[in-house]
Write a protein that binds this ligand. Structure first.
Ligand code: TRP
Length: 331
Protein backbone atom coordinates (compact mmCIF):
# COMPACT_ATOMS: atom_id res chain seq x y z
CA UNK A 1 0.00 0.00 0.00
CA UNK A 2 1.36 3.39 -1.01
CA UNK A 3 1.24 6.45 1.16
CA UNK A 4 -0.39 9.17 -0.90
CA UNK A 5 -0.48 12.81 0.15
CA UNK A 6 -2.16 15.81 -1.37
CA UNK A 7 -2.26 19.39 -0.14
CA UNK A 8 -4.38 22.30 -1.23
CA UNK A 9 -3.94 25.95 -0.38
CA UNK A 10 -7.27 27.32 0.86
CA UNK A 11 -7.71 30.29 -1.43
CA UNK A 12 -11.34 30.00 -2.49
CA UNK A 13 -14.09 27.63 -3.45
CA UNK A 14 -13.50 24.49 -5.46
CA UNK A 15 -14.61 24.29 -9.07
CA UNK A 16 -15.41 21.55 -11.56
CA UNK A 17 -11.74 21.44 -12.57
CA UNK A 18 -10.74 20.55 -9.00
CA UNK A 19 -13.50 17.97 -8.87
CA UNK A 20 -12.74 16.07 -12.05
CA UNK A 21 -9.01 16.76 -12.02
CA UNK A 22 -8.36 15.47 -8.52
CA UNK A 23 -11.17 15.10 -6.02
CA UNK A 24 -13.15 12.40 -7.78
CA UNK A 25 -9.94 10.37 -7.98
CA UNK A 26 -9.16 10.98 -4.32
CA UNK A 27 -12.56 9.57 -3.45
CA UNK A 28 -11.65 6.34 -5.24
CA UNK A 29 -8.09 6.24 -3.92
CA UNK A 30 -8.93 6.69 -0.27
CA UNK A 31 -9.95 3.06 0.07
CA UNK A 32 -6.98 1.66 -1.82
CA UNK A 33 -4.08 3.57 -0.30
CA UNK A 34 -2.94 5.17 2.90
CA UNK A 35 -4.12 8.69 2.02
CA UNK A 36 -3.46 12.07 3.58
CA UNK A 37 -5.46 15.04 2.31
CA UNK A 38 -4.60 18.25 4.06
CA UNK A 39 -5.41 21.94 3.82
CA UNK A 40 -2.22 23.98 3.57
CA UNK A 41 -3.11 26.96 5.72
CA UNK A 42 0.49 27.67 6.76
CA UNK A 43 1.32 28.05 3.09
CA UNK A 44 -1.52 30.55 2.75
CA UNK A 45 0.29 32.95 5.06
CA UNK A 46 2.82 33.66 2.33
CA UNK A 47 0.22 35.96 0.80
CA UNK A 48 -0.94 37.53 4.11
CA UNK A 49 -4.67 36.69 4.19
CA UNK A 50 -6.77 38.32 6.90
CA UNK A 51 -7.77 35.99 9.75
CA UNK A 52 -11.47 35.77 8.84
CA UNK A 53 -10.77 34.94 5.22
CA UNK A 54 -8.21 32.36 6.22
CA UNK A 55 -10.58 30.61 8.59
CA UNK A 56 -13.51 30.76 6.21
CA UNK A 57 -11.48 29.40 3.31
CA UNK A 58 -10.22 26.49 5.39
CA UNK A 59 -13.76 25.72 6.49
CA UNK A 60 -15.11 25.82 2.94
CA UNK A 61 -12.43 23.53 1.52
CA UNK A 62 -13.04 21.08 4.34
CA UNK A 63 -16.82 21.17 3.77
CA UNK A 64 -16.30 20.77 0.02
CA UNK A 65 -13.93 17.85 0.42
CA UNK A 66 -16.43 16.08 2.65
CA UNK A 67 -19.39 16.91 0.42
CA UNK A 68 -17.57 15.37 -2.55
CA UNK A 69 -17.11 12.11 -0.71
CA UNK A 70 -13.81 12.19 1.14
CA UNK A 71 -14.28 10.01 4.17
CA UNK A 72 -12.53 11.02 7.41
CA UNK A 73 -12.59 7.40 8.53
CA UNK A 74 -10.90 6.12 5.39
CA UNK A 75 -8.35 8.89 4.72
CA UNK A 76 -6.57 11.29 7.04
CA UNK A 77 -8.13 14.66 6.32
CA UNK A 78 -6.45 17.39 8.31
CA UNK A 79 -5.54 21.03 8.54
CA UNK A 80 -1.81 21.71 8.22
CA UNK A 81 -1.65 24.03 11.24
CA UNK A 82 -3.25 21.30 13.37
CA UNK A 83 0.01 19.42 12.89
CA UNK A 84 2.57 21.90 14.24
CA UNK A 85 5.22 19.15 13.99
CA UNK A 86 5.23 20.19 10.33
CA UNK A 87 6.72 23.52 11.38
CA UNK A 88 9.50 21.80 13.30
CA UNK A 89 10.42 19.56 10.39
CA UNK A 90 10.33 22.65 8.15
CA UNK A 91 12.82 24.38 10.45
CA UNK A 92 15.12 21.37 10.42
CA UNK A 93 14.95 20.96 6.64
CA UNK A 94 15.64 24.67 6.15
CA UNK A 95 19.06 24.18 7.71
CA UNK A 96 20.03 22.09 4.69
CA UNK A 97 18.21 24.11 2.05
CA UNK A 98 20.43 26.54 0.17
CA UNK A 99 19.62 30.08 -0.81
CA UNK A 100 20.67 29.51 -4.41
CA UNK A 101 18.32 26.61 -5.06
CA UNK A 102 15.43 28.36 -3.32
CA UNK A 103 15.97 31.53 -5.35
CA UNK A 104 16.12 29.55 -8.58
CA UNK A 105 12.72 27.98 -7.97
CA UNK A 106 10.30 29.04 -10.72
CA UNK A 107 7.34 29.61 -8.41
CA UNK A 108 9.48 31.89 -6.21
CA UNK A 109 10.64 33.94 -9.19
CA UNK A 110 7.05 34.26 -10.31
CA UNK A 111 5.80 35.25 -6.84
CA UNK A 112 8.39 37.98 -6.34
CA UNK A 113 7.31 39.43 -9.64
CA UNK A 114 3.64 39.32 -8.66
CA UNK A 115 3.86 40.48 -5.05
CA UNK A 116 6.77 42.93 -5.09
CA UNK A 117 5.59 44.56 -1.88
CA UNK A 118 5.61 41.28 0.05
CA UNK A 119 8.68 39.22 -0.73
CA UNK A 120 8.79 37.39 2.59
CA UNK A 121 10.98 34.51 3.76
CA UNK A 122 7.98 32.19 3.68
CA UNK A 123 7.80 32.60 -0.08
CA UNK A 124 11.46 31.72 -0.40
CA UNK A 125 11.12 28.64 1.78
CA UNK A 126 7.72 27.56 0.40
CA UNK A 127 9.38 24.43 -1.09
CA UNK A 128 10.89 23.36 2.24
CA UNK A 129 7.49 23.68 3.93
CA UNK A 130 6.00 21.57 1.17
CA UNK A 131 8.82 19.05 1.60
CA UNK A 132 8.03 18.92 5.32
CA UNK A 133 4.36 18.19 4.50
CA UNK A 134 5.35 15.27 2.32
CA UNK A 135 8.24 13.84 4.30
CA UNK A 136 6.51 14.06 7.67
CA UNK A 137 4.24 11.18 6.61
CA UNK A 138 6.89 9.54 4.40
CA UNK A 139 4.52 9.89 1.47
CA UNK A 140 5.83 8.31 -1.71
CA UNK A 141 3.07 9.34 -4.11
CA UNK A 142 2.01 12.95 -4.48
CA UNK A 143 -0.72 13.86 -6.97
CA UNK A 144 0.37 17.23 -8.32
CA UNK A 145 -0.09 19.30 -11.42
CA UNK A 146 2.75 20.39 -13.68
CA UNK A 147 3.23 23.61 -11.73
CA UNK A 148 4.18 21.67 -8.60
CA UNK A 149 6.64 19.24 -10.13
CA UNK A 150 9.66 21.38 -9.38
CA UNK A 151 8.65 21.50 -5.72
CA UNK A 152 8.47 17.74 -5.71
CA UNK A 153 11.89 17.51 -7.23
CA UNK A 154 13.23 19.83 -4.53
CA UNK A 155 11.59 17.59 -1.94
CA UNK A 156 13.54 14.65 -3.35
CA UNK A 157 16.73 16.70 -3.15
CA UNK A 158 16.07 17.65 0.47
CA UNK A 159 15.27 14.04 1.36
CA UNK A 160 18.39 12.67 -0.34
CA UNK A 161 20.55 15.39 1.14
CA UNK A 162 19.29 14.60 4.61
CA UNK A 163 20.02 10.92 4.06
CA UNK A 164 23.48 11.75 2.78
CA UNK A 165 24.42 14.15 5.57
CA UNK A 166 23.29 11.78 8.29
CA UNK A 167 24.37 8.58 6.54
CA UNK A 168 20.92 7.08 6.71
CA UNK A 169 18.19 5.91 4.38
CA UNK A 170 15.51 7.46 6.48
CA UNK A 171 13.52 9.32 3.83
CA UNK A 172 12.18 7.68 0.69
CA UNK A 173 11.85 9.65 -2.55
CA UNK A 174 8.36 10.91 -3.25
CA UNK A 175 7.23 10.88 -6.87
CA UNK A 176 4.34 12.49 -8.71
CA UNK A 177 1.21 10.41 -8.78
CA UNK A 178 -0.27 10.25 -12.20
CA UNK A 179 -3.95 9.54 -12.63
CA UNK A 180 -3.19 8.22 -16.09
CA UNK A 181 -6.36 7.48 -17.98
CA UNK A 182 -8.39 8.66 -15.00
CA UNK A 183 -7.14 12.20 -15.51
CA UNK A 184 -9.90 14.40 -16.88
CA UNK A 185 -8.95 17.91 -17.91
CA UNK A 186 -11.70 20.45 -17.57
CA UNK A 187 -11.44 23.38 -19.94
CA UNK A 188 -12.33 26.86 -18.71
CA UNK A 189 -15.42 28.59 -20.06
CA UNK A 190 -13.41 31.38 -21.67
CA UNK A 191 -11.85 28.99 -24.17
CA UNK A 192 -8.36 29.72 -22.86
CA UNK A 193 -7.70 26.13 -21.82
CA UNK A 194 -7.75 25.25 -18.16
CA UNK A 195 -10.56 25.90 -15.70
CA UNK A 196 -9.13 27.91 -12.83
CA UNK A 197 -10.17 30.59 -10.44
CA UNK A 198 -7.25 32.87 -11.28
CA UNK A 199 -8.34 33.20 -14.89
CA UNK A 200 -11.34 35.40 -14.04
CA UNK A 201 -14.68 34.82 -12.38
CA UNK A 202 -16.54 33.62 -15.45
CA UNK A 203 -14.01 31.02 -16.42
CA UNK A 204 -14.74 28.58 -13.62
CA UNK A 205 -17.93 26.93 -12.41
CA UNK A 206 -17.73 26.46 -8.68
CA UNK A 207 -19.35 23.52 -6.92
CA UNK A 208 -21.13 26.03 -4.69
CA UNK A 209 -22.53 28.12 -7.60
CA UNK A 210 -26.32 28.50 -7.57
CA UNK A 211 -28.23 27.35 -10.69
CA UNK A 212 -28.84 30.90 -11.96
CA UNK A 213 -25.13 31.68 -11.64
CA UNK A 214 -24.22 28.53 -13.56
CA UNK A 215 -26.71 29.39 -16.30
CA UNK A 216 -25.36 32.90 -16.62
CA UNK A 217 -21.75 31.74 -16.83
CA UNK A 218 -22.52 29.13 -19.47
CA UNK A 219 -24.74 31.45 -21.52
CA UNK A 220 -21.97 34.06 -21.48
CA UNK A 221 -19.34 31.69 -22.86
CA UNK A 222 -17.94 32.93 -26.14
CA UNK A 223 -19.22 31.40 -29.38
CA UNK A 224 -18.80 32.25 -33.05
CA UNK A 225 -21.35 32.83 -35.79
CA UNK A 226 -21.61 29.12 -36.47
CA UNK A 227 -20.08 26.65 -38.93
CA UNK A 228 -20.41 27.36 -42.64
CA UNK A 229 -19.15 24.05 -43.99
CA UNK A 230 -20.26 20.58 -43.02
CA UNK A 231 -17.96 18.68 -40.63
CA UNK A 232 -15.67 21.65 -40.27
CA UNK A 233 -13.11 21.83 -37.48
CA UNK A 234 -14.24 23.60 -34.34
CA UNK A 235 -12.52 26.76 -33.14
CA UNK A 236 -11.17 26.64 -29.60
CA UNK A 237 -14.08 28.26 -27.76
CA UNK A 238 -16.58 25.93 -29.46
CA UNK A 239 -14.44 22.89 -28.79
CA UNK A 240 -14.47 23.93 -25.12
CA UNK A 241 -18.26 23.70 -24.99
CA UNK A 242 -18.19 20.28 -26.58
CA UNK A 243 -15.45 19.12 -24.22
CA UNK A 244 -17.51 20.24 -21.25
CA UNK A 245 -20.57 18.55 -22.64
CA UNK A 246 -18.63 15.33 -23.06
CA UNK A 247 -17.97 15.31 -19.32
CA UNK A 248 -21.25 16.70 -18.03
CA UNK A 249 -23.92 15.36 -20.40
CA UNK A 250 -25.02 11.96 -21.68
CA UNK A 251 -23.40 10.49 -24.83
CA UNK A 252 -26.74 10.91 -26.61
CA UNK A 253 -26.90 14.61 -25.86
CA UNK A 254 -23.33 15.06 -27.02
CA UNK A 255 -23.83 13.26 -30.30
CA UNK A 256 -27.08 15.17 -30.92
CA UNK A 257 -25.19 18.48 -30.82
CA UNK A 258 -22.18 17.05 -32.67
CA UNK A 259 -24.53 16.07 -35.51
CA UNK A 260 -26.17 19.49 -35.47
CA UNK A 261 -22.77 21.15 -35.66
CA UNK A 262 -21.58 18.93 -38.48
CA UNK A 263 -24.77 19.66 -40.42
CA UNK A 264 -24.33 23.43 -39.83
CA UNK A 265 -27.65 23.49 -38.00
CA UNK A 266 -26.40 24.11 -34.51
CA UNK A 267 -27.99 26.70 -32.26
CA UNK A 268 -25.47 27.54 -29.59
CA UNK A 269 -28.20 28.93 -27.35
CA UNK A 270 -29.88 25.51 -27.23
CA UNK A 271 -26.60 23.76 -26.64
CA UNK A 272 -25.65 26.06 -23.80
CA UNK A 273 -29.05 25.71 -22.18
CA UNK A 274 -28.69 21.95 -22.21
CA UNK A 275 -25.11 22.09 -20.94
CA UNK A 276 -26.07 24.45 -18.11
CA UNK A 277 -28.93 22.15 -17.16
CA UNK A 278 -26.67 19.11 -17.05
CA UNK A 279 -24.09 20.93 -14.95
CA UNK A 280 -26.83 22.05 -12.55
CA UNK A 281 -28.15 18.51 -12.27
CA UNK A 282 -24.68 17.30 -11.42
CA UNK A 283 -23.68 20.00 -8.94
CA UNK A 284 -27.00 20.52 -7.13
CA UNK A 285 -26.73 17.60 -4.70
CA UNK A 286 -23.09 18.50 -4.01
CA UNK A 287 -23.98 22.15 -3.45
CA UNK A 288 -26.73 21.25 -0.99
CA UNK A 289 -24.36 18.95 0.85
CA UNK A 290 -21.64 21.63 1.04
CA UNK A 291 -24.13 24.06 2.57
CA UNK A 292 -25.37 21.49 5.04
CA UNK A 293 -21.86 20.54 6.17
CA UNK A 294 -20.57 24.14 6.25
CA UNK A 295 -23.34 25.06 8.66
CA UNK A 296 -22.66 22.11 10.94
CA UNK A 297 -19.82 23.38 13.07
CA UNK A 298 -19.94 20.45 15.47
CA UNK A 299 -19.40 18.04 12.60
CA UNK A 300 -16.53 20.06 11.11
CA UNK A 301 -14.93 20.23 14.51
CA UNK A 302 -15.21 16.47 14.91
CA UNK A 303 -13.73 15.80 11.47
CA UNK A 304 -10.83 18.20 12.08
CA UNK A 305 -10.14 16.53 15.41
CA UNK A 306 -10.09 13.01 13.97
CA UNK A 307 -7.78 14.21 11.20
CA UNK A 308 -5.45 16.03 13.58
CA UNK A 309 -5.13 12.94 15.77
CA UNK A 310 -4.37 10.64 12.88
CA UNK A 311 -1.90 13.12 11.35
CA UNK A 312 -0.20 13.55 14.70
CA UNK A 313 0.31 9.85 15.14
CA UNK A 314 2.33 9.67 11.96
CA UNK A 315 3.89 13.16 12.08
CA UNK A 316 5.09 13.12 15.69
CA UNK A 317 6.80 9.79 15.12
CA UNK A 318 8.75 11.13 12.13
CA UNK A 319 9.85 14.28 13.93
CA UNK A 320 10.95 12.28 16.96
CA UNK A 321 13.07 10.01 14.77
CA UNK A 322 14.49 12.93 12.79
CA UNK A 323 15.49 14.69 16.01
CA UNK A 324 17.36 11.60 17.11
CA UNK A 325 19.11 11.20 13.76
CA UNK A 326 20.21 14.84 13.90
CA UNK A 327 21.59 14.38 17.38
CA UNK A 328 18.96 15.94 19.61
CA UNK A 329 18.85 13.44 22.41
CA UNK A 330 17.35 13.62 25.83
CA UNK A 331 19.56 13.04 28.83
N1 TRP B 1 1.88 23.96 -3.20
C1 TRP B 1 0.67 23.23 -3.43
C2 TRP B 1 -0.22 24.03 -4.38
O1 TRP B 1 -0.18 25.24 -4.38
C3 TRP B 1 -0.09 22.96 -2.16
C4 TRP B 1 0.71 22.08 -1.25
C5 TRP B 1 1.29 22.42 -0.08
C6 TRP B 1 1.02 20.71 -1.47
N2 TRP B 1 1.95 21.37 0.46
C7 TRP B 1 1.80 20.29 -0.37
C8 TRP B 1 0.72 19.80 -2.51
C9 TRP B 1 2.28 19.01 -0.27
C10 TRP B 1 1.22 18.50 -2.40
C11 TRP B 1 1.99 18.11 -1.30
O2 TRP B 1 -0.97 23.45 -5.12
Amino acid sequence: METVLSGIRPTGNLHLGNYFGALSNFVKMQHEHNCYFFIADYHSLTTHPNPENLHNNVKMVLAEYLACGLDPNAATIYIQSDLPETAELYLLLNMNAYLGELERCTSFKEKIRKQVENVNAGLLTYPTLMAADILIHKATKVPVGKDQEQHLEMTRNFANRFNHIYKTEYFAEPVAFNFGKDLVKIPGLDGSGKMGKSEGTNNAIFLIDEPDVISKKVMRAKTDTGPTQQNQQKPEEIQTLFDLMKIMSTPNTLSYFEDKYNACEIRYGDMKKQLAQDIITFTSPIREKIKEIASDNAYLKKVAKIGAEKAKESGAKTVKEVREIIGFKSF
